[in-house]
Design a protein around this ligand. Structure first.
Ligand code: DMJ
Length: 561
């Protein structure tokens, strides 16, 4: 990491680079984002109308991403075709259970190939789905991962292939096998499912709890399956979960990261936008968008949650004023386990949280819009007060996520901690400026927090920000991240791998290429450099695994409110 002075300088340069256009109304919008008046805007050294470039494709960068996808896919196909996961250094595949795989990697990658126009690769993958894929596996699979990666991947492939019945048949089969997870006293799903026995499996940990994100990140997929099959059972089961969450909602509008499927209540646990919490907030907005903004209940739940996030989690870093979201950790006095609960604010932000900048921008232009179609970039008068607040926070959160890429590799760590006055780090030699990787010590194996595991969240937000603004700099940032991945994660013999420390060069690899690298990271990068007509945000909503599903007006009306 660079020293704190260099980082501060870089952050202030980034701030000054905030884009503008020479259209008067757009200028007003930008001033509002920056909280600056006309006079100070003129002082911005990095200001240039040319930052607005529209949504034309950048063909050479787009094709570089396609080449990266082929480098990853062809290695997987050569070494591990059909295996759930891929290990590019040992050239092996592995499955999530001993009973055999269900094609996580193949299905996660299908729609990326369709979008990239990789016909030969796609046909081979389709053939695997047709001839080799089976859900007759007598083992417990994650309800959440199977839904977002496999069910979501099949549904998206169905749509993008122009309705190839193979995918709907498979999706329906899988959906039916997943349904028993909802047979709990509350209707909240169980975290695991035995696909062959068609049984939900209670979690071994914490008296059978399920994480909030896992319970509330099935809805886009199950609802679309109902829409396609005209069977409302999938919709109703998924919606019931939302009704339970709504009824259990904690007073300030936030959600703890665990729930109890027996009682349908939140379990006292952390509150955060990172792991186990993240996509709960994402799917509130996306359910509202999926049904063409016809279900006000999700807008209310989303606005309530985002308001509470602003009130309780949004923080500013000490030196450069970087906006981040902290976590709330519940604590009781150890002498009195039944004593009053207090919440400790912890300045820790998972890489996973970086989806939220883009999510806020999307929400500002949908839930926070005063007009049907918000301009690109949005005009001040098109957004409600809440929309403007969320737009500001979204822009700032993206800036913070980019600041965490200020490492020796240009890649961001799995977890960043932010400086607070009570952290006792000031006296240290080379004390970090705004943020740091906790537990990193010279000469020791890097802590888990230091890794980059090919995650998509920052480029996901850059893609959304670019589509909503046409601001060249979001593409530039995305290109810099792509180049860092090429430089540090690419395995010459094929595939890409996790690196164990983003702040160390040369890097050390871990023998793993996550499926979301093909399903999400490279897809969002591809779309970032594609034409705006490729999966337009006005017609599609992405599931949390980046599988685009069409926005529709629902034929099913349940009256949930
Ligand atoms: C993906 O599997 C999904 O985006 C999920 O919601 C959490 N994040 C991983 C990738 O980082």
């Amino acid at each position: 990491m660079q020293d704190s002075r260099a980082r501060k300088r870089k952050a202030s340069n980034q701030l000054s680079e905030y884009y503008d256009t020479d259209d008067r109304n757009h200028v007003r919008t930008v001033r509002a984002w920056l909280g600056q008046d006309n006079a100070s805007r003129r002082q911005l050294p990095g200001w240039s109308p040319s930052n607005y470039i529209g949504l034309e494709a950048d063909v050479s960068k787009r094709e570089a991403v396609v080449a990266a996808f082929r480098h990853a896919w062809l290695a997987y196909e050569r070494d591990a075709m059909g295996a759930d996961e891929y290990h590019p250094i040992s050239h092996q595949g592995s499955n999530l259970t001993e009973a055999g795989g269900i094609g996580y990697t193949v299905v996660d990658a299908l729609d990326t190939m369709l979008l990239m126009g990789l016909d030969a690769e796609y046909q081979r993958a389709r053939s695997w789905v047709e001839h080799k894929m089976t859900f007759e596996r007598d083992a417990a699979f994650s309800t959440f991962e199977t839904t977002i990666r496999v069910l979501g991947g099949l549904l998206s492939a169905y749509h993008l292939s122009g309705g190839d019945p193979l995918y709907l048949t498979r999706a329906r089969d899988l959906g039916d096998r997943l349904l028993p997870v909802f047979d709990t006293p509350s209707g909240l799903p169980l975290p695991m499912v035995n696909l062959q026995r068609r049984e939900g499996v209670w979690s071994q940990e914490g008296h059978g709890i399920v994480s909030t994100a896992e319970a509330s990140t099935l809805q886009l997929e199950f609802r679309y399956l109902s829409e396609l099959t005209d069977e409302d059972v999938y919709w109703k089961k998924a919606e019931r979960v939302m009704a339970v969450v709504k009824a259990a909602r904690m007073p300030p509008g936030l959600a703890s990261i665990f729930m109890d499927p027996r009682e349908g209540r939140f379990v006292t646990s952390a509150i955060r936008l990172g792991s186990r919490g993240d996509s709960y907030y994402e799917y509130l907005l996306k359910q509202f968008i999926q049904t063409d903004r016809t279900e006000g209940v999700y807008r209310e739940m989303y606005e309530d949650a985002v308001g509470a996030i602003h009130d309780h989690l949004v923080q500013k870093s000490l030196t450069s004023g970087l906006i981040y979201t902290a976590e709330l950790i519940p604590e009781r006095n150890s002498a009195d386990p039944y004593g009053e609960l207090s919440w400790r604010l912890t300045p820790k932000q998972d890489f996973l949280v970086c989806f939220f900048g883009g999510n806020l921008l999307l929400g500002a232009t949908r839930s926070g819009a005063l007009v049907e179609d918000v301009s690109v970039p949005p005009r001040l008068e098109e957004l409600s007060e809440m929309g403007r607040r969320d737009w500001n926070t979204g822009v700032e959160l993206i800036r913070t996520c980019l600041a965490t890429h200020d490492t020796k590799t240009g890649l961001a760590p799995e977890i960043a901690h932010f400086r607070i006055p009570s952290d006792n780090l000031n006296g240290m030699q080379n004390a970090p400026g705004d943020w740091y990787i906790k537990g990193a010590r010279v000469g020791e194996f890097p802590p888990y927090d230091a890794r980059y595991m090919l995650r998509p969240e920052t480029v996901e937000s850059l893609f959304i920000a670019f589509r909503l603004t046409g601001d060249k700099r979001y593409r530039d940032y995305g290109w810099a991240i792509f180049q860092a991945i090429e430089k540090h994660c690419r395995i010459p013999s094929g595939g890409y791998a996790t690196i164990v420390n983003v702040d160390e060069v040369p890097v050390r690899h871990e023998d793993k290429m996550e499926t979301f690298f093909l399903g999400e990271t490279l897809k969002y990068l591809f779309l970032l450099f594609s034409d705006g007509d490729k999966i337009p945000l006005s017609k599609y909503v992405f599931n949390t695994e980046a599988h685009p599903l069409p926005i529709f007006t629902p034929s099913i009306r349940t009256g949930f409110s």
